[in-house]
Structure formats: C-alpha cells, structure tokens
Design a protein around this ligand. Structure first.
Ligand SMILES: C[S@@+](CC[C@H](N)C(=O)[O-])C[C@H]1O[C@@H](n2cnc3c(N)ncnc32)[C@H](O)[C@@H]1O
Length: 278
C-alpha cells in the first residue's frame, strides 16, 4: 500500500472514531481492508481508499471504520463489575433513588450487546426487589452493524459459551437452529442507540452508572482525556464509572478517582461518596 494511503487512512480513522493506527499495525490495514475491498468489488485496497480519498463522505468510510474497529465482547466480561453491580451498586441505588424509583445505566461502546444484556439479566434475577422501579439501560456504539446484531440478540454457540452461566442460558435464551436468541423480556430492557464517543453525550441525559470498557485502549492520550471529560459531565454526582481491566484514568484526567471497591471502578474526584461506597 502506498504510504500516502497509510497517512490518509490513519488520519481518517482518528478523526472519524478516535482509533489510532500506528505504523507497526500496518499489517492490520492489509488483513482487514483486503476482504472489504474484495467484498465491495474493488480490485485492491488502493483503489478503494482512492475513492474515499476523493470523497471522505463516501459511505465506504463507514465500512472502513467498522472493519478496522475491534468488536470483541463477551457476556459477564471480567465478572467483577457485574458482581459489584449486583451486591453493592444496586442495593445502594434502591436506597438513594427511592424517591424517584428510577436509575439509568449507560453502556458506551456496547458492541454486539453482551455487556448491557449481562446487566439486564442481573436486573431480571433481582426483579423481586425492583417492583415499581424503572431501571433504564442505554447501550450505544459507533457501529451500526454491531448495534443491529445487538438488537437482534442472536448469539452463536461459541458466544454463549463464553462467560454466560448455563442456568442463565437456559432461563433467558431460546435455541434457534445453531444459535441462541435472547428472550424478548431481556431484549426489551435495553435501548440501543448509535453514538460516537467523540461527540457530546449530553444528548443522552445523565447516568448513575457508566460502563465504558475496552474502547479507550484504542484511542490516543488526548482523545482518552477528552472522552473521559465528556463522560464526567453526564455521570451523577455519586455515580460510578467502570473502565476495562486494562484501562485507567491515570495521567488522563483529574475528574475521576479510583474506588477501592474494585479495579477499573471510578467516582468523581470532588463528588460525595459514590454508590460503590455505601
Ligand atoms: C472491544 S469492543 C468493547 C465492547 C464491550 N464494551 C466490552 O468490553 O466487551 C469496542 C467497541 O467500541 C466501539 N467504538 C470504537 N470507537 C468508538 C467511538 N468513537 N464511539 C463509540 N464506540 C466506539 C467499537 O465499534 C466496538 O464495538
């Protein structure tokens, strides 16, 4: 691939989604964009990128961005955040939000939906304590295609074998040929929306819990700081932010402070004791 194209595609991806592609990841461009170029009927990546270079608004840009982003996810990923949600955050929310009987959770960068659906299953398991409550889970991603998959709630045998306890599989899924479909009561608990983390999340409202896991790792320092700054503005004063296990706010922002309750769990630095610190 001519290096001019590398520079163009690197800048395009950074501007479009925040994704940073360093020269040592050049091979990823080849391995991910070659199949896309073939699928779209181009003779080479060069030809496809040439079209985008002539018109950066060409819909090819969305396909390129989707092909380059990593959409890996699994049910109950890392488990600890979901345990903390069940054992500490939820009981605390039931006390602190008793007047409104409402709380809101945002799964930013939800990919194919395993993260919000894991939370929805936890909530359903505890539904006996939630009579009259209106918990809301908003799940967003930049990628239309993963959001479509998420909304369908259809998972392969391989996907349901990763992290999902078998009793939850039996209780909440229905087998469809080789695949498993989440039952409507769980699917209906989530609102899926397209949202780019580079944009201002105020349009989504404010949240008591935000999960922004395993996406900041793909951004550079300036973009991570900017996204964390926006997130802090839509997190309730006593709210909690979860990052992925390989992510941290250190050196990126003064807005968040780690909570002892768990790794990757944060509160507002100058906020009151959070719902993770009852
Ligand atoms: C590795 S997945 C993480 C999924 C889930 N949070 C988890 O931890 O299992 C990363 C997701 O981030 C999304 N993403 C990448 N850049 C984004 C952006 N600028 N705004 C919103 N989502 C983005 C990708 O489309 C992808 O689905």
């Amino acid at each position: 691939m001519p290096s001019g194209y590398f520079d163009f595609i690197r800048d395009f991806l950074k501007e479009h989604s925040g994704l940073v592609v360093t020269p040592d990841k050049m091979y990823l461009l080849e391995t991910r964009l070659n199949p896309l170029a073939r699928k779209l009927g181009y003779s080479s990546i060069d030809e496809m990128i040439g079209v985008l270079q002539n018109n950066p608004n060409d819909p090819i840009g969305i396909d390129v961005s989707e092909a380059m982003n990593t959409h890996e996810s699994l049910f109950f990923r890392d488990n600890a955040p979901f345990e903390l949600f069940k054992t500490t955050l939820l009981p605390e929310l039931l006390k602190r939000r008793a007047d409104k009987r409402k709380f809101r959770v945002w799964c930013a960068a939800c990919s194919s939906g395993q993260e919000p659906y894991s939370l929805a299953m936890v909530l359903d398991e505890l539904s006996g304590k939630l009579g009259g409550w209106r918990p809301e889970i908003v799940a967003t991603d930049i990628s239309k295609s993963v959001l479509q998959r998420a909304a369908n709630g259809l998972y392969s045998q391989f996907e349901v074998q990763r992290g999902l306890p078998v009793q939850l599989l039996v209780k909440y899924f229905t087998q469809k040929d080789e695949n498993w479909r989440l039952n409507d009561n769980i699917r209906n608990m989530i609102t899926f929306r397209e949202f780019n983390l580079l944009d201002d999340p105020k349009v989504l409202g404010t949240f008591d819990i935000i999960m922004c896991r395993n996406v900041l790792i793909y951004f550079d320092i300036a973009t991570k700081s900017r996204v964390l700054g926006s997130i802090s503005r839509v997190l309730a004063d006593d709210g909690v932010l979860f990052l992925g296990s390989a992510e941290s706010t250190m050196g990126l922002t003064e807005e968040f402070w780690p909570v002892k309750a768990g790794r990757g769990v944060y509160k507002h630095t100058n906020g009151p004791a959070s719902i993770a610190e009852p």
